[in-house]
Design a protein around this ligand. Structure first.
Ligand code: PLP
Length: 402
């Protein structure tokens, strides 16, 4: 066989399973099938008007050129102010870098730090991209199953047992995609105690869903519980989910100077600065009035409550109440071992997901993609009518199983 033209580190990774699930649903829709798409991982709202206006104004003012690699002064000042105002975290301007989405921030952070074989601890269930990002930087993802009984959260004992001399990072995503689980200050303190014994371990916090919370609480931050971790923590966040700005591609990182400087160097030689117009929009989002955030969270909460009630009433399915984010991670253990009307046995969550798609046209993502089975992820970032229709169809499909 001729040697592949594609590098091994890229051959090791796979396309995002949620994108594949969305593609499959779209293909069936094109074939004329009625599909309820509950795969989407982005807000279904438009970006608020004042943010769009800020982008238009930036274009009119000629802000259409390269910016500083780390981001405009205006945007970085807005990020510094946001971190202090909302999280009580103080960063200098040169400890901040704006990136083309949180996704590129996380990928780049691995790229600047991982040597071949370095390990990254990823609590499962996890956002689908994390392990592949680690693999793409020649690292080794170490996924730790965090079962529902533990609230889908990493325990100190698990962390302690998983750390080796090769551990480079611990990755924390709170509230989590896909479970919505959020760590408390006390849970962070307990994890920080373990980290205190392992000074070589860096910590990345992916705070992208921080504002989408249903209990009226502010999402606590690891660094509030353990400020002593500041010099080895990278705070990753962005405007995509909070302000319905997924298409604008603005994320950011706050962290110790050496890591931020290395990110700056790598990005300056690869992507360059992120979009100047989007930077102006993101600054307006962070500095402007925050009414949209409360309004959209109230809508997500109504959807969460309505959908949870419907799902928990379906025999064989159950769902833990998520603290935040816009997904339900639904336990389908009660369906495993059943048989479809066509006589096909459901042996894993992938079978359940395929059955829901083919029998009633409901598209969701299998728990295998997130590293903890048997579950499937259902997105509530869609209208209540679509969610109601989805639940009705799921109930019908489940009732037809034998
Ligand atoms: N982190 C998590 C947990 C996500 O779910 C996503 C998007 O789905 C991202 C990061 C990426 O965010 P961005 O759009 O800023 O790249």
């Amino acid at each position: 066989m001729s040697p592949s033209r594609i590098a091994a580190r890229v051959r090791r990774i796979k396309p995002s399973p949620s994108t594949s699930a969305a593609d499959r649903a779209n293909e069936l829709r094109r074939q004329g099938k009625s599909i309820v798409n509950l795969v989407v991982g982005e807000p279904d709202f438009d970006t608020p008007v004042h943010i769009r206006q800020a982008a238009a104004a930036a274009m009119d003012k000629g802000q259409t050129r390269y910016t500083l690699m780390a981001g405009t002064v205006e945007l970085r000042e807005a990020i510094v102010a946001k971190l202090e105002r909302e999280n009580g975290l103080r960063y200098a301007m040169n400890e901040i870098i704006a990136t083309s989405g949180a996704k590129s921030a996380i990928y780049s952070a691995f790229a600047i730090t991982l040597e071949p074989g370095d390990e990254v601890i990823i609590p499962a269930p996890y956002w689908v991209s994390y392990p592949d990002m680690v693999l793409a930087s020649d690292g080794t993802p170490v996924t730790l199953p965090c079962p529902e009984e533990n609230g889908f959260k990493l325990t100190p004992a698990q962390l302690d047992a998983a750390i080796t001399p090769k551990t480079r990072w611990l990755l924390i995503n709170s509230p989590s995609n896909p479970t919505g689980a959020s760590y408390t200050i006390d849970e962070y303190r307990a994890l920080a105690k373990v980290l205190a014994r392992h000074p070589q371990v860096l910590v990345m916090t992916d705070d992208i869903y921080e504002h989408i919370r249903f209990d009226g609480q502010r999402t606590p931050h690891l660094l509030q519980a353990a400020p002593e971790l500041r010099e080895r923590t990278l705070v990753v966040n962005g405007v995509s989910k909070t302000y319905a700005m997924t298409g604008w591609r603005i994320g950011y990182v706050a962290g110790p100077r050496d890591l931020v400087q290395a990110l700056d160097t790598l990005l300056s030689q690869s992507t360059g600065n992120c979009c100047s117009i989007s930077q102006a929009a993101a600054a307006a989002a962070l500095n402007g009035e925050q009414g949209f955030v409360q309004q959209s969270v109230a809508i997500y909460k109504q959807r969460r409550d309505a959908t949870l009630e419907r799902i928990n009433a379906i025999p064989g399915l159950s769902c833990r109440t998520p603290d935040g984010a816009f997904y339900l991670y639904i336990n389908c253990a009660g369906l495993i071992g059943k048989t479809t009307p066509e006589g096909k046995p459901l042996t894993e969550d992938g079978d359940v997901v395929m059955y829901l798609l083919e029998s009633v046209g409901v598209a969701v993502v299998a728990g295998t993609a997130y590293g903890l089975s048997p579950y499937f992820r259902l997105s509530i970032a869609t209208s209540i009518e679509i969610l109601e229709e989805g639940c009705t169809r799921i109930a019908r499909a489940v009732a037809a199983l034998r």
